[in-house]
Design a protein around this ligand. Structure first.
Ligand SMILES: CCCCCCCCCC(=O)SCCNC(=O)CCNC(=O)[C@H](O)C(C)(C)COP(=O)(O)OP(=O)(O)OC[C@H]1O[C@@H](n2cnc3c(N)ncnc32)[C@H](O)[C@@H]1OP(=O)(O)O
Length: 224
């Protein structure tokens, strides 16, 4: 288990220029697919038009599938400290379902993101699915732990839904509270314009193998 995870931390030696080129190529593709996911939900096109659109999509799948990788993307890094977890379900640059775009870090260690949650993230009518809020919090709290120098796996995530979260603009933030041995305690919340909707505490635990590799994981200042 541990070994299989480490195998997915790959130094692929890409130059910064090549990473930028890939971002410019695949970032817009992800954006297009994200819009497509929403259109699949919202289109009123009739059966003929849907059939026509599906033919185009089949053609696109054929082109994109010609040369492809198998399996998970993992975490890839290069010599200049840039790392890519572009498949990450919450924040991956190449993952069209990942809701988090840009992540910010303040000088006081607060990590935050402003996100637009469209209708594909619906749970209760017109409101954000509770699992999506937990996804955002798991990621942002984990990033706050990592960026404060205490990366770890989520051991426990405690989520309290204080009020419903409307679809639309939300703000997510987190901050390291304290560290006890291999455990980092992080607190955070999801808020709408009216205030906090969901609050969370996470315990992020650095497994022994991660502590041994800590330099590689902690000194990762430039996630893509
Ligand atoms: C580079 C990292 C990037 C992070 C990105 C963040 C965003 C993504 C976050 C995730 O989604 S991670 C995926 C979800 N989490 C997992 O799949 C974790 C699965 N569980 C594990 O791998 C292990 O159970 C874990 C690493 C959490 C703990 O295993 P250990 O063998 O290191 O724990 P150990 O039994 O030695 O206990 C160490 C301490 O932690 C405590 N502990 C263990 N499991 C715990 C737990 N689950 N919750 C709270 N505390 C826990 C335990 O009591 C003890 O406390 P004390 O030091 O005070 O005695």
């Amino acid at each position: 288990m541990t070994d299989s995870m480490l195998e997915l931390y790959v130094h692929d030696g890409l130059s910064d220029e090549e990473i930028d080129r890939q971002k410019a190529t695949y970032g817009p593709l992800t954006k297009d697919v994200r819009e497509l996911i929403q259109l699949a939900l919202q289109t009123r096109a009739d059966a003929d038009d849907v059939a026509r659109a599906r033919e185009h999509l089949a053609a696109a799948r054929e082109i994109l599938g010609c040369d492809r990788e198998d399996g998970p993307y993992g975490t890839r890094f290069n010599d200049s400290g840039r790392f890519r977890n572009w498949g990450n379900a919450a924040i991956g640059l190449r993952n069209a379902i990942a809701p988090i775009g840009e992540l910010h870090e303040d000088a006081d260690g607060r990590v935050w993101a402003d996100i637009h949650l469209g209708p594909i993230y619906e749970g209760p009518a017109g409101h954000v699915h509770g699992g999506v809020s937990a996804l955002l919090l798991d990621q942002i709290l984990g990033d706050a732990a990592r960026l404060s120098g205490h990366p770890g796996m989520t051991g426990t995530l405690t989520v309290r839904y204080r009020k419903r979260t409307p679809l639309g603009a939300v703000h997510v933030e987190a901050k390291l509270d304290r560290v006890e041995g291999r455990k980092a305690f992080v607190v955070g919340h999801v808020a709408d314009a009216e205030g906090i909707c969901v609050e969370a505490e996470g315990i992020f635990i650095a497994p022994v193998w991660m502590v041994e590799q800590r330099d590689s994981f902690a000194e990762t200042p430039r996630p893509e």
